[in-house]
Ligand binder design. Sequence first.
Ligand code: NAD
Length: 477
Amino acid sequence: MVDKIESFVGGKTVEPLDGVYGVKLDPRTAGELEKVAYSGSADVNLAIDDADAAFDVWREMRPSDRGRLLIEFGRLIRANEDRLGATESRETGKPMHEMPALIALIAQFFEFYGGIVNVDNGDVINVGPDYHVYTRRDPFGVVGVILPWNAPLHQAARAIAPAMAVGNTVVAKPSEHTPASLVELARLAIEAGIPAGVLNVIVGRGSEIGPAMVEHPKMRKVSLTGSVRVGQELGRLAADKILPLTLELGGKSANIVFADSDIDAAAKGSVQAFTWNSGQWCCAGTRLLVEDSIHDEFVEKFVKAVAELRVGPEADATSGPITTRVQFDKIQEYFRIAESQGLTCAIGGKVATGDHLGTGWYIEPTVYTGVKNHDRLAREEIFGPVVVIIPFRDEADAIRIANDSDFGLGAGIWSRDIGRVHRVAARLDAGRIVVNEYSGGFVQTPCGGSKYSGYGREQGIDALSHYTQTKSVIIKL
Ligand code: NAD
């Protein structure tokens, strides 16, 4: 029997009021995987009412008590690694071997914010002996969290954990392509002792649910992780009610390889930078900038390493399929654009086929060389395992090319010159810069972008300031 994935509101599973369901396809086979509730605005209203009803109890709880519940939540996430990992892998197509590390990271978000909430204080401000002035950091109330399909639990945990830690209640909307793991997560929250209504998950299509969430009078803050287009749509709606947003949007991140780097390490790390999660990664290093003097040597090593990747449905594959049919088609459209513009394809450039791949949505990891930074493939987010290699002359040229982008999300620097590393990091327009590896990312480090990549920060202590509002209390003595 096919599973039905439904919303989880007020501590229980609820059917959509209109009784409408859609079909979610399996990225590994293109066959039907499950039915997904297509909730409507009436369902959203009920979820927001439940979250609002839970707010007073949750905010009044001592931070240490909220923190203890979040840490227990983290423990249960670890204890349920197999189940959560299997669900996440089933819907996204991610290889199973990645799941233990991923689920441990999800747990860490709740452990980190469960601990740090105890030091999330305001300040005492000295304005003279006749006043006592202090600030408080108060929660907003009901916070909406709208999520993409590329890393469902990770994106959810990094927004939900800080929002809940500081006393907000949450209505989360997973992508209609990958809702099941977040629904399971919300069930575990109840098991951890978190009161019903604090974490609600509403399952359905963004075009209906997103606007209903933003426009609801009790919705006080929304965090979106998603595309620029949806960020712009939400921004327009939010402007009407001066609703604060955190926008974590797309990227076209520059990964810069200098001649003084460890070239073998740079070649290996740069492969992972654009192929991890089949390139469905907001910070993916998809503009690979390589210094002229090592260009040919580097490209040879890089392409050789790409050729060794194993794409497939197997648990130990280096990467799995593309998660949605629309995305699978979009990547192929970029192959056609590259061909029509005469780009040189060093490897890949087509759908991956083979007996073990069947009818799944697999793409060959693809490298284009000699690309100009103004070419479409260098400017637009593809969100697949496709990288363009752009040569550069010197440090200033590298910075210029890297910053010549509509986006400002991630960046990588490969160099053994510590002075250069700091100089370049200071000048790059990017919210997250990783040096001498690419994939590093920690619960403690803020993540977010500039320009079309969005604003606000998730992760780290910074996130707390995006889920609270500072209040000054000025007392005349
Ligand atoms: P998307 O913008 O299509 O969808 C994101 C979410 O918004 C989904 O839940 C969707 O249902 C919802 N949505 C759709 N239309 C809406 C509307 N009109 N109003 C409100 N919500 C609406 O993005 P996607 O295809 O799911 O995800 C891929 C995108 O996410 C990429 O651009 C990627 O770069 C970005 N992303 C960014 C980060 C980051 O940290 N900056 C992380 C992961 C993914």
